[in-house]
Design a protein around this ligand. Structure first.
Ligand code: ADP
Length: 301
């Protein structure tokens, strides 16, 4: 097969592993810089061009779309869908998962466990917003944040009010969420491929920190997840319409609660922690599922 990896970072661990795994399984692999793609939208024959050439003959595209380029990245993926090329995650599903509000709304509609969450743009009634999530301590999150940036634990009502006031004063979209203390500064990353959790790791925050992001000094270890956690991760992936995803789950007294579903999950942490060949599993999934003109949505919202 001819496989294109849409990535802005040809040297990143994830991109290199996917390229290696594709080649090791006898395929042709091309890393394509997403932002350097340009497209012909008006013609009856949609096309993607790159470095002066029309991209042709691809059997599958693996989108690795970073949060900062969601808009352009999903447009490129959509163009491939319109050309009938199989894309591992479809553009619509990537957009759904990227928009934290939309993702949580979709998941709640399907009864996936979630921390109680309130949304606000600018509100005069901060006290009521805080009551909505059962008061302090609570977590305030910037909607556009990633890697734990813009995620604040407000331990008292007063702290919560000032943080919310500061964020809304900056016209930032925020999400106010029930704090799950029993998670103990850890979360579980479930790596889903198709309808299976193929690997899972627990990330633990360093002492004195509640955010377990590896970029914030958290450390990862292998973990055996429960059947309920497995089911939750697979269902959350399916509800958003993704084929591969990194589902972040908190272990709460009320059962698994989904924090986020990531449509371009990194491979470095999960492969080095679990010693599993996840890149190979992804390529194998593509071998089994890539068919031309097979996109469910063809880029339609
Ligand atoms: P980001 O997308 O920026 O990583 P998250 O929502 O995943 O933001 O939050 C970062 C980390 O903070 C999580 O991995 C988790 O360890 C911790 N965390 C987030 N929300 C909660 C919560 N409601 N209760 C307890 N811990 C939380």
């Amino acid at each position: 097969m001819k496989i294109g990896i849409l990535s802005r970072e040809p040297k990143s661990f994830s991109t290199q592993r996917l390229e290696e795994a594709a080649i090791a399984r006898g395929h042709e692999a091309h890393v394509i810089n997403t932002l350097r793609c340009y497209m012909n939208i008006s013609s009856k024959h949609p096309s993607v061009h790159y470095q002066g050439q029309r991209l042709e003959g691809f059997d599958a595209i693996i989108p690795r779309i970073g949060a900062s380029i969601t808009f352009y990245g999903t447009a490129v993926v959509r163009q491939f869908e319109m050309m009938g090329v199989y894309t591992l995650n479809e553009s619509v599903a990537i957009s759904r998962s990227r928009d934290k509000l939309r993702a949580l709304q979709l998941l709640s509609r399907h009864d996936i466990g979630l921390p109680t969450t309130g949304f606000a743009n600018a509100t005069d009634d901060i006290t009521d917003l805080i009551q909505l999530v059962q008061g302090a301590p609570l977590v305030v999150k910037l909607l556009e944040g990633s890697q734990g940036r813009g995620v604040v634990l407000a331990e008292t009502q007063q702290a919560a009010e000032s943080v919310i006031d500061a964020f809304t004063g900056l016209k930032a979209n925020i999400l106010v969420q029930q704090y799950i203390p029993e998670a103990g500064g850890s979360d579980i990353r479930c790596f889903v491929v198709g309808d299976k959790v193929v690997a899972a790791m627990k990330r633990q925050a360093p002492e004195g920190e509640f955010r377990s992001n590896l970029h914030r000094g958290g450390h990862a270890e292998m973990i055996k997840i429960t059947p309920e956690e497995r089911k939750t991760a697979v269902r959350a992936t399916r509800i958003l319409g993704l084929n591969i995803a990194g589902v972040d789950i908190l272990r709460s007294n009320q059962g698994p609660m989904v924090l986020e579903v990531n449509s371009s999950p990194g491979l470095e942490g999960i492969e080095t922690t679990t010693h599993k060949d996840i890149a190979g599993t992804i390529i194998e999934f593509i071998e089994q599922h890539a068919k031309p003109n097979h996109s469910k949505t063809k880029g339609k919202g």
